[in-house]
Design a protein around this ligand. Structure first.
Ligand SMILES: [Zn+2]
Length: 174
């Protein structure tokens, strides 16, 4: 029997349907449309960069599109111009480092040692799909990814605003 994976966290936006991953697992996901993998992989890098720089949670209200994406982060204050430039530079540094993107299936207990599962929905499966970007980021995710960050392109922040504790950043990869 093929184990069925049902995941969420930063993945419950986008498409709906299912696919077979690695030949071993049937993955069901709840998205509206297929994500463009370079943009989605870049989202993981951006999330990790925000966690590292500001100590905030990963974006839980992201809208990822091929041409233009947006992510929301819970912050105390609006990042300065220098900080926004630093975010952009760090994401591009990770992309340029040509890090491998690895996908591994593991039990919740194993996964809990490397990723935060506190937001995992109650109905998530016992086996989780963990996406690792080099040694930079690990995240439970069912989305489509590039195999190497060098495939992503260049990350550009288009605009951003800060409202009632939410920093919204609009960005793209070119
Ligand atoms: Zn993902």
């Amino acid at each position: 029997m093929i184990p069925k994976l049902v995941l969420a966290q930063e993945f419950l936006y986008g498409y709906s349907g299912s696919f077979i991953d690695s030949g071993n697992y049937s993955v069901t996901y709840v998205h509206n449309k297929a994500e463009y993998s370079p943009v989605h992989s870049c989202e993981h890098i951006l999330n990790r960069t925000m966690v590292n720089m500001f100590g905030c949670p990963r974006s839980r209200n992201a809208h990822i599109e091929r041409k233009k994406s947006k992510c929301d982060y819970i912050l105390d204050t609006c990042p300065t111009d220098e900080q926004v430039a630093a975010i952009e530079a760090k994401v591009n540094e990770v992309i340029s480092a040509a890090m491998p993107v690895m996908i591994e299936f593991m039990t919740r207990d194993e996964a809990a040692k490397i990723v935060d599962l506190s937001k995992l929905p109650d109905d998530a499966s016992e086996t989780l799909r963990i996406v690792s970007i080099g040694d930079y980021d690990d995240c439970a995710c069912i989305g489509a990814h590039v195999q190497n960050t060098s495939e992503i392109g260049e990350f550009r922040i288009i605009s951003h605003d800060f409202n009632e504790g939410i920093w919204r950043v609009r960005w793209k990869v070119i």
